[in-house]
Design a binder for this molecule. Structure first.
Ligand SMILES: Nc1c(C(=O)O)ncn1[C@@H]1O[C@H](COP(=O)(O)O)[C@@H](O)[C@H]1O
Length: 181
């Protein structure tokens, strides 16, 4: 039983859905990115092919429940992201999940080739972390504190890239110029 003093969980701002639990090992990277930025989220299995009515209900109710962004991952004939985009006004970020055959090209093309008027922001095959980071950026556009955290994160990327340059310059024997100085 939940203790009466237990904190109430925050209303999710990002919904992460996937066609099957077999997608979770890829899709969990989106949840981890959102956790890093303290963004409340939910995750579930919602399949356009296997549970069409529930998929439509999820998409139709998402905005009213307080979600601002949906991240949808699926493999193979990946119709889930596009079908959700058809029934919600929220931005949908699609994650092509690679399966055993075709290296995820099937999911990528299924998700990215949307007809005009129904956009899905598609990340790279298996790019669930970028999907999480893109959702953070969408929210950060109207949330100055979150935007500051995103800028700080970008600064860590810059520092890491400089450190990589340091390694290459050292190994190359010190003849390469320092980029940006
Ligand atoms: N592409 C879709 C959809 C959909 O788009 O509605 N529903 C399930 N699937 C995909 O089928 C693959 C195999 O699923 P199983 O592992 O359950 O057989 C998963 O990658 C899932 O995303």
């Amino acid at each position: 039983m939940t203790s009466p003093d237990a904190p109430t969980p925050a209303t999710p701002r990002v919904g992460i859905v996937m066609g099957s639990d077999s997608d979770w090992p890829v899709m969990r990277a989106a949840a981890e990115a959102l956790e890093e930025f303290g963004v409340a989220h939910e995750a579930d299995v919602v399949s356009a092919h296997r549970m069409p009515q529930e998929m439509i209900d999820y998409g139709r109710e998402a905005a009213g429940r307080g979600l601002s962004v949906i991240i949808a991952g699926a493999g193979g004939a990946a119709h889930l992201p596009g079908m959700l985009a058809a029934v919600t006004p929220l931005p949908v970020i699609g994650v092509p999940v690679p399966l055993k055959y075709l290296d995820g090209m099937d999911s990528l093309l299924s998700i990215v080739q949307m007809p005009a008027g129904v956009p899905v922001a598609t990340v790279a095959v298996g790019g669930a972390r970028n999907a999480g980071l893109l959702a953070v950026r969408v929210l950060a556009a109207t949330d100055p504190a979150l935007q500051e955290r995103m800028s700080a994160f970008q600064e860590t990327l810059r520092e890491a890239a400089h450190a990589k340059g340091e390694v290459v310059r050292r190994e190359a024997g010190g003849t390469a110029p320092r980029v940006g100085f």
